[in-house]
Design a protein around this ligand. Structure first.
Ligand SMILES: Cc1cc2nc3c(=O)[nH]c(=O)nc-3n(C[C@H](O)[C@H](O)[C@H](O)COP(=O)(O)OP(=O)(O)OC[C@H]3O[C@@H](n4cnc5c(N)ncnc54)[C@H](O)[C@@H]3O)c2cc1C
Length: 166
């Protein structure tokens, strides 16, 4: 059984972990620096049809209808005089199974998190070093180490993990 470390339990890390849930030859652990998720925050996120195709492969289509919306048009408005510049018909990208979708970001995270076994995600992770000279050895702030075969870095746009790799 190969071991995979996933650094960062955001949208990408959690999505990848969901895919691995169906793999018998791999086990994974997610290292997330936050102490938990805030499933109450209300920011919205819009998801293109391509991303919906990927999410539907892990059961996104089963979310209750009350949690998702399917907008049909986007209007582009000029900021200084509120005049409409153009609009885009979003339905042209849809197919019978996959539709342009909006929902709360927290709802998406909750969906991605719900199938992650508790023991596979370590919150409050403080990674201090990643040694990939012979396999992957991850060191933590409490002087502990853990070894893996593969490393997925999904710690977001301000990723610092690469600077910890030796
Ligand atoms: C204001 C705003 C609006 C956006 N709107 C949309 C939208 O409508 N539609 C859309 O498709 N995209 C949108 N995006 C982009 C989208 O949010 C990102 O593409 C997406 O979040 C990237 O996912 P990710 O998992 O790579 O990173 P993130 O979602 O940023 O997740 C990274 C995770 O890694 C954790 N982490 C960071 N450093 C460490 C570390 N050292 N150790 C362990 N864990 C760590 C973080 O706590 C976080 O949980 C928006 C972005 C912003 C900023």
């Amino acid at each position: 059984m190969k071991k995979i470390a996933i650094i960062g339990g955001g949208i990408s890390g959690l999505y990848f972990a969901n895919l691995l849930n169906n793999e018998k030859d791999f086990e994974y652990k997610i290292f997330e620096k936050k102490d938990n998720y805030n499933f109450l925050e209300g920011y919205g996120i819009q998801l293109s049809v391509n991303s919906i195709k990927l999410l539907n492969s892990i059961g996104f289509k089963n979310l209750p209808a009350s949690e998702v919306s399917f907008p049909t048009k986007v209007n582009f408005i000029q900021a200084n005089n509120s005049k409409k510049i153009c609009d885009i018909d979003l339905t042209q990208f849809n197919d019978s199974l996959n539709r342009y979708t909006t929902l709360k970001r927290s709802t998406l995270l909750k969906f991605l998190f719900q199938n992650i076994p508790q023991e596979k995600i370590k919150f409050n992770s403080n990674i201090t070093k990643v040694d990939n000279s012979n396999g992957i050895r991850i060191s933590f702030g409490d002087n502990k180490n853990e070894e893996f075969d593969y490393l997925i870095i999904s710690d977001g746009i301000f990723s610092k993990t690469r600077s910890l790799i030796f």
